[in-house]
Design a protein around this ligand. Sequence first.
Ligand code: NAG
Ligand code: NAG
Ligand code: NAG
Ligand code: NAG
Ligand code: NAG
Ligand code: NAG
Ligand code: NAG
Length: 465
Amino acid sequence: MFLPDHRISILPSALLLLLNAALTAAQTRKTLPVNFVVSETPPIAPFYTLPTADQLAVSIALCTGSVDGPIPRFFLTNSSTTASPGPDGGDDVFEITLDRGHGSYTGPFQSGGVLAVTDVPPQMTFEIGVSDGSTIHESTSSSAIFGDTTASQALLFSPAFSRLDNPQPQYPNYTLPRAIPSIPAAPSDPKNYTLIVSPTSNGLTSMQQTACALSTQKSTGIVANESFWLRDASGWRTEWLMTGLTPKTNYTAYVILDAYKVTLPIFFTTKSSTFSCSLVSKLPYCPSISYAVPLPPPPAPAATYDNTNLPKAISDPLISALTNFTTTLTTFACGRDLYSPLVTCADCQQAYRTWLCAVSFSRCADPDTAPPLAALLPSQSPNARNAAFPSGNAFTQLLPCLETCTATDRACPSFLGFRCPVPRFNANVSYGVGYVDSGQEGEKGGGSMGMWDDAFGNVWCNSGL
Ligand SMILES: *[C@@H]1O[C@H](CO)[C@@H](O)[C@H](O)[C@H]1NC(C)=O
Ligand SMILES: *[C@@H]1O[C@H](CO)[C@@H](O)[C@H](O)[C@H]1NC(C)=O
Ligand SMILES: *[C@@H]1O[C@H](CO)[C@@H](O)[C@H](O)[C@H]1NC(C)=O
Ligand SMILES: *[C@@H]1O[C@H](CO)[C@@H](O)[C@H](O)[C@H]1NC(C)=O
Ligand SMILES: *[C@@H]1O[C@H](CO)[C@@H](O)[C@H](O)[C@H]1NC(C)=O
Ligand SMILES: *[C@@H]1O[C@H](CO)[C@@H](O)[C@H](O)[C@H]1NC(C)=O
Ligand SMILES: *[C@@H]1O[C@H](CO)[C@@H](O)[C@H](O)[C@H]1NC(C)=O
């Protein structure tokens, strides 16, 4: 064998034999197969042959080491006259520069090419992907979405996929979604997302930010449920319920797509062990709600509330209010007459739904782990806002963002009489004011945070989104 340690992960053994025969013929240089990923471990061969193709995307992912540590250099050429591409240049020699463990090159290889690797630190392992389509290894700019935590649980969502094509209703058949909208079947070819959760103290962010490096870390906690959920108009997402987490601990979460693409990390903190609220999600009439509400733990074996076990005393009035609102709204000749050049009855109904859900489901906060200046309303009894919630344990509420109210005010026709409190009077009694937009002028994004949450798991007010 010329390359005793090479390992080709996905190739069936028959192909492997063929490939080995080809290798023997090509004398010492392994030809990288197209649309496969090759995993390389020491001793690393210095050169690889790239096949002839109109276009190839060659990608590298380092699987060991830290982002600040020593890394190998990769050079490639698509010229038939350069046998050993390297740092000294030459005809059509390109360096694949690495960023946090990833690098790629896409171009024509009309007469094949050569990939070279130099300066390989000891023990370095890496993957090489060659594709005649899109780049195999990638750090994507998307990230997981944080729902909420309790002391030991977390709700997390993947980036969206399979966006729904929801055409605007048209006059004369202007039909708005019902209060309980019908949910289409989950996509039959969902994206394969894998969640990695690890205490932030384990330092995953200083590792190479690649799937092969991060996957070596055993994910913390237990994935108690994994399902698909249509949380918002962006499309379907994988929803994960994690259990078995440690109270008051910072966690880092990554999502890996198809084993080779990695999202940016997000961070979140579990609540104190005294936190007594329960998570609710997967409500068809409030699809974006996924946070802790002032309810006792659900009856076993359920770990959280969803459409199957949420008390009807909570859901029925909400659904009735949505139905009544929609009936009143459609007394307007939606789609024929305009009440605004910017928004439609469908936008109004959507905004009202978001607002109604945010104010009906009080969001619990933990004063010990909430960010400074969050819109906390301390020591409420659950029935202070919504009589359908059982009274009992006092809890700290994270107030709805005023912008969730003003968005509804702006999206709806004025004859509905939907009004929000004004910041200069007493809006801050029932809403988080000045976090997203500045309180006085209502300047968009000009508030103290310019947003209602961030990638560090800080949530300053409840947007209902
Ligand atoms: C090599 O790549 C360069 C840059 O993309 C391209 O202009 C050239 O045509 C390629 N040569 C061959 C033989 O594919
Ligand atoms: C009106 O639109 C709804 C949904 O868009 C559709 O289900 C229904 O069949 C339509 N009715 C008529 C009379 O076109
Ligand atoms: C996960 O959640 C879905 C929907 O809420 C439910 O139908 C399913 O039974 C749950 N799976 C497990 C293993 O609990
Ligand atoms: C979580 O991390 C943030 C910043 O990274 C830090 O300020 C905070 O104290 C940490 N919280 C806990 C509970 O460790
Ligand atoms: C999803 O990807 C993981 C690796 O990230 C792999 O182990 C698993 O087999 C894949 N599942 C499917 C259904 O393709
Ligand atoms: C909706 O309208 C019905 C009939 O007018 C009324 O009985 C019900 O109380 C209304 N629901 C809410 C939540 O206002
Ligand atoms: C609301 O804002 C007023 C001043 O605008 C302030 O005096 C009051 O303390 C605030 N109340 C709360 C609950 O934050």
